[in-house]
Design a protein around this ligand. Structure first.
Ligand code: ADP
Length: 487
């Protein structure tokens, strides 16, 4: 595949094919507005073909005969190929969604490790022997792959999300139809080619590019899918839950958040300030678990907010391909407009920005979709910018007085993805970890990820877990087998 304004096809049953409607759409480099490629606009008919191919691959041919050891070797080969082509993948993601090359290079290293972790799990799936009351009965459970899976992913980490969806599918013996986000299709398509090179049989991993309301909606509703995994906004998540109801397919959802990051005066404040900047502004704030509500004990609130603003103001903002860049552009003009809308709303309801606050233009930012890291003071819990997920570099700082108060305010949100706590007190670390309603709580750190540690949301942030053994287990169903030994 070449990068440039070439044409990218769908990848179905191991073959590159045009969309059945023959239509395409453009994908754009958000750093300068140039067209990177034309992408096939897959629709419901293409989704039908892909699901049929995935079903055939699940039930017939080589794939059902792959042993756990074979699947482990396959994942290890894929990891090795991803490591070989790391630079190409890092550049693809940087060019298509803007993230700095240092960040995307680091991501590939983690994803190689993630595939190796899943390779290990592929060999260690176990059932149980059970003990019915009737001694004549023998009973055991076996785990069987759930079947044909769909995945709909967002644009904020296209390679990351693709590997995260594919790894457990390969580890479990399922098959996959992946629908990338319309703003970020290149890395998922390239990954599908790499999978073929690694020896993944045709039809096991299919990619249908296109729009959410066309290809995405058709996939979510498809009666031929046994499971669908979605990562994206709550609103779209709700649409997917509704669409999936037809055949009651298994669901896993990772739906973003408005995560609290709580700083007590007894914490290592230097470390907390540096981490608060990373928590809120990494990937230009386009991170589901971004720590966007910074609660700070009142006595140190103002000084701490100013220190966070000073550190943020030193970040270098520019084209992600420049190795010196700390923050790239937002992914698209649409996302820039959303972020600016939230900014206007925050200012008009009484918040003040002590850094950033307006789109960056001028010589070095040109036509790119650049928005600087923005720290708000005088924000209130009931403001839209404090309640809603912005998915951009806007951080609200909020003073608090007492532990119980901050736990209640941190939890007073429909979301529950991540939460950070900064404190020197072991007791408080425990109390907050248990009191905060979130899928992950980070104490004296923020947004740590490891293949071995499950991640996911509570409340409207989603259901199911990714990473860890649990992630692979969710791709199996349990079968109970009874044998009457008296017969
Ligand atoms: P954004 O609005 O920033 O694109 P979304 O959560 O809507 O965030 O998008 C995440 C993914 O969901 C993308 O791949 C998108 O194409 C897809 N999508 C959007 N709307 C729908 C829908 N109605 N049904 C299925 N998928 C959708």
């Amino acid at each position: 595949m070449s990068v440039g304004p070439g044409l990218e096809h769908l990848l179905i049953d191991g073959r590159r094919v045009e969309a059945s409607g023959g239509e395409t759409f453009e994908t754009v480099n958000p750093a300068d507005g140039t067209v990177l490629a034309r992408i096939a606009r897959g629709t419901a008919g293409d989704v039908d073909h892909a699901v049929a191919a995935a079903r055939r691959a699940f039930e017939q041919g080589a794939w059902p005969r792959f042993s756990p050891a074979d699947r482990q070797m396959l994942l290890l080969r894929l990891a090795a190929l991803l490591e070989r082509d790391a630079e190409e993948f890092a550049r693809l993601d940087t060019m298509e969604m803007g993230s700095p090359i240092r960040h995307t290079r680091g991501s590939v290293v983690l994803l190689v490790d993630l595939l190796r972790y899943f390779a290990g799990i592929a060999r260690s799936i176990e059932g149980t022997t059970n003990a019915p009351s009737d001694p004549a009965l023998f009973a055991c459970t076996v785990k069987e792959p759930v079947g044909v899976c769909g995945a709909i992913i967002p644009w904020n980490g296209p390679l990351w999300a693709s590997v995260l969806k594919l790894g457990p599918v390969l580890a479990s013996g399922c098959t996959l139809v992946l629908k990338p986000a319309e703003d970020a299709s290149l890395a998922p398509l390239r990954l599908a080619e790499l999978a073929l090179e690694a020896g993944v049989p045709p039809g096991v991993f299919n990619v249908v590019t296109g729009f959410g309301t066309e290809a995405g909606a058709a996939l979510a509703a498809h009666p031929g899918l046994d499971k669908i995994a979605f990562t994206g906004s709550v609103e779209t998540g709700r649409a997917i839950v509704r669409a999936s109801a037809g055949n009651l397919k298994r669901l896993s959802l990772e739906l973003g958040g408005k995560s609290p990051n709580i700083v007590f005066a007894d914490a290592d404040l230097e470390a907390a300030a540096r981490a608060a900047v990373g928590a809120a502004f990494a990937n230009s704030g386009q991170v589901c678990s971004a720590g966007t509500r910074l609660f700070v004990e009142r006595a140190i609130h103002r000084e701490f907010a100013e220190e966070v603003a000073r550190i943020a103001a030193r970040l270098r903002i520019g084209n992600g391909l420049d190795p010196e860049t700390d923050l790239g552009p937002l992914v698209s003009a649409r996302q820039l407009a959303r972020v600016r809308g939230h900014m206007d709303d925050a200012l008009s309801t009484g918040a003040r920005a002590i850094s950033g606050g307006a789109r960056l233009t001028g010589e070095c930012h040109g036509e790119g979709f650049f928005f600087p890291p923005t720290v708000l003071i005088d924000a209130r819990d009931d403001m839209r910018a404090v309640r809603e997920e912005i998915f951009g570099p806007i951080l609200a700082t909020l003073p608090f007085d007492a532990e119980e108060e901050v736990i209640a305010r941190a939890n007073a949100t429909e979301f529950g993805l991540g939460a950070g706590v900064w404190t020197g007190s072991v007791g408080r670390a425990h109390r907050l970890s248990r009191g905060l309603k979130a899928g992950s709580v980070w104490v004296n750190c923020y947004n740590r990820i490891d293949p071995a540690v499950p991640s996911g949301g509570v409340k409207a942030s989603g259901q199911g877990r990714e990473y860890g053994r649990q992630h692979v287990e969710e791709h199996f169903q349990l079968k109970s087998i009874w044998i009457d030994t008296a017969v």
